[in-house]
Design a protein around this ligand. Sequence first.
Ligand code: GTP
Ligand code: SPV
Ligand code: MN
Length: 599
Amino acid sequence: MISTSHKELKAWVEEVAALCKPDSVHLCDGSEEEYQSMLQIMVDAGLGVQLNQEKRPGCYLFRSHPSDVARVENRTFIASKNAEDAPSPDVWIEPEELKATMRKSYDGCMRGRIMYVIPFSMGPIGSPISKIGVEISDSPYVVFNMKIMTRIGTKVLETLGSDGEFVKCLHSVGKPLAAGEKDTAWPCAPSIDDKYISHFPEERMIWSFGSGYGGNALLGKKCFALRIAAVQARDEGWLAEHMLILKLTDPSGKVYYVCGAFPSACGKTNLAMLEPSFPGWKVETIGDDIAWMKFGADGRLYAINPEAGFFGVAPGTSMHSNPNAMRSIEKNTIFTNVGLTDDGDVWWEGIGTEPPEHLIDWQGNDWTPASGKLAAHANARFTVPAAQCPVMGDEWEDPAGVPISAILVGGRRENTIPLVNESLDWNHGVFLGSIMGSEITTAAITDDVGQVRRDPFAMLPFFGYNKGDYLQHWLSIGKKTDACKLPKIYFVNWFRKNADNKFIWPGFGENSRVLKWIVERISGTGKAVETPIGNLPTADAIDTSGLDISNDAMAELLQVDKEAWLIEVASIKENYKSYGKALPKELEEQLEALEKRLS
Ligand code: GTP
Ligand code: SPV
Ligand code: MN
């Protein structure tokens, strides 16, 4: 069936083929020819659109089914053997029960389709930090997105050898074709209840069914590099995190590497590629979504970006907000769910150009500015090779990783949380990571609008095991080396609003002003005041030269409102109850100490 000396892989592929019953099996070699020919087949069949090759060479547009536009958190399951090992009771299903249910769905699900076998490496091929997976999928869209987002093909198979370890990733869009049935542009399982994004952590295995979009289907990303890798990281003493990695060079040439955990759509890609506002300072990108961090021989934490591409949010991306992303996507990019202009280019809300008089929207319908609908879906994305980003740091593929000096954590908070707050020590930093989150701004799911949804280290949707044990693991990492070798943890918030409901801080490139203060703190020159919540910049410590922002606004951004913080403490207490007995006692102590300092 497929030619490999790896018996376990061969047996697994045969087992899956027998169950899913595809018309044929294709082992992906990862070559450029394979990639181009698959794209061409899709375009010829009318399942994708080739963009204007003068304006966007090598670029294609795909439109998903309106029911399949984002990760499905309420259909994501962690099937650990014991229920207590799952992040929370609502995501747990007994593994054998879940497999039995899903086997019924998988039975014959690839009829009329090709089953692709995609060997992939998370991290540079052959690096000691990298890990190998094999994704089986019936979606050609998945194949060419995996080709961009990871390293795929024959080389990976060679590295795997005849007995190498790999994560089994099974994916089907869940839409078999009857004989002669014409495919739809975006096949997927019709109902949300038919979709499953399942993880079997003890077996290092992923079963995904029914969705073709993003993290549901590109299984190297959230499913493997976060949920399964987090379990491997816990067992092996490292960290698999939802973090960007950036390189910051100061005017004297001194280099700092910084990681940042912000929830989905809260600014990782933007920060990773930012253009600093100061002459002499430089930011370069190492990664924009996921960091794997391990201790080096010198006792410092080193991070690698396990991915090879960016799957970035399109709406809001412009030459003003993220010029380096705009330059990255000029060619060889897959766009999903953006608007298509009459001259074969892309357009989305917040792209920074006037809306065209007419375009085809993300659902394939005629659109004009008067139609009152979005041209691009809010979660429309671009998939682009990282190597195309003009500010990639030279070391982004260094198998040794980069030594991390600071870790930022933060969500979207309209009030209470200051622009930046330096943790007092590692445990206090982990505490800050545990309390981060965003106000709920949509009434679509719950009626808790305005309530804070706590999202520890931006991992709430991505925990692979019990969330209390996860925080305990972070605390244990702090005991593995000398305190002075650990990165300093900073709680940041670009999203504070004023009485007129406007962001007070300009954000984007101006966030470099906060990065500057952070590295000044690390090098010992940055000025700070001790407050009950942590160390904040003194009134003049953030360089605002050339920035049109009032002293009052800066004061508001750096204010510690004790009343508001006492309400915060009460809300954290409530949230901590959800951990049950898995809540680390160090964090309970941190919360008590904070309350004492406030009163
Ligand atoms: P995922 O890919 O979903 O993990 O998202 P991400 O964390 O990479 O978020 P991204 O950088 O794509 O930003 C998402 C949204 O946040 C966009 O609409 C941005 O315009 C907005 N955003 C990013 N940075 C800032 C900022 O500093 N200030 C403000 N106000 N908005 C920002
Ligand atoms: C996120 O939601 O955090 C993403 C997009 O980065 S996805 O790959 O779909 O998970
Ligand atoms: Mn993400």
